[in-house]
Design a protein around this ligand. Structure first.
Ligand code: NAD
Length: 248
């Protein structure tokens, strides 16, 4: 079955980790995929792997999502290359963890600009096209940290909580145009982002997870696939936590 045949998805931060899994999952479902990453070689690798399975399904793009003008330009390029955009998955994100008492202004700005402004920048770049099409799905990847707060993550939690408010506001603005906006809030997922955590932090995290394990990138990809699919047409402005029960 190809639920996304003739549809186009943009996935940011798709050069590795969760974004890579989402891009591949939507491509498997038949979508054309704009693989967006900051690092050209990463998006090129992921696009090539998708194209090896279905020639022409993916195209790579490199941009810093925090750069408003550059994102508007890439958005236009993607819309020109693919002709439309049905799904936008704002997944690019970074951490700069430290206690608030020690947090520098650069650590604050970098995280807010990538995680929150980056999602706004890409939404802004495609929203007009979605409104014209009268259809579209926007999925913003938040975090359990934005729902519960986590020590050492004042900047990250603020950016991820900000995504929730932004998503609900935009969901209200565009619902009448057939566009939905939802949030996926992963818990601890095995990726490069969490591989830097030391054994003590990992054990501490695991102890807070009712399902007692970290999740896999495919747990997030399957949730995004659902939210982009026909079964989720009546869901908007919602936050779906995929966290082994951590934030319940
Ligand atoms: P990752 O570090 O493995 O990948 C992040 C991707 O985002 C990379 O491809 C990176 O190049 C890209 N990126 C970062 N800054 C960018 C920028 N300015 N412009 C363009 N691309 C940029 O991380 P991941 O674990 O795959 O996380 C993906 C998303 O899921 C992030 O938003 C993260 O905050 C969120 N998340 C992850 C976890 C987890 O446990 N791994 C938990 C909750 C939420």
């Amino acid at each position: 079955m190809s639920p996304f045949e003739n549809q186009v998805a943009i996935v940011t931060g798709a050069g590795r980790g969760i974004g890579e899994a989402i891009a591949k999952r939507l491509a498997q479902g038949g979508a054309g995929v704009a693989v967006v990453s900051r690092t050209e070689s990463n998006s090129a690798r992921v696009a090539a792997e998708i194209n090896a399975l279905r020639a022409g399904a993916a195209r790579p793009y490199a941009v810093d999502v925090s750069d408003f003008d550059a994102v508007q330009a890439i958005g236009e390029q993607i819309l020109g290359d693919f002709g439309r955009c049905d799904h936008l998955v704002n997944n690019a994100g970074i951490t700069r963890d430290t206690l608030a008492m020690r947090m520098g202004s650069e650590d604050w700005d970098a995280v807010l600009q990538t995680n929150l402004k980056g999602a706004f920048n890409f939404t802004r770049a495609v929203l007009r096209a979605m409104v014209k099409q009268r259809t579209g799905r926007i999925i913003n990847i938040s975090s359990v940290s934005g729902l519960m707060g986590l020590a050492g993550q004042a900047n990250y939690a603020a950016s991820k909580a900000g995504l929730v408010g932004m998503s609900k506001s935009i969901a209200r603005e565009v619902a009448s145009r057939g566009i939905t906006v939802n949030v996926v809030a992963p818990g601890f997922i095995e990726t490069d982002m969490t591989s830097v955590l030391n054994a003590e932090v990992r054990e501490g995290a695991r102890a807070q997870i009712p399902l007692a394990r970290f999740g896999a990138v495919d747990d997030i990809a399957s949730t995004v696939e659902f939210l982009c699919g026909p079964g989720a047409a009546y869901i908007t402005g919602q936050v779906l936590a995929v966290d082994g029960g951590m934030s319940m």
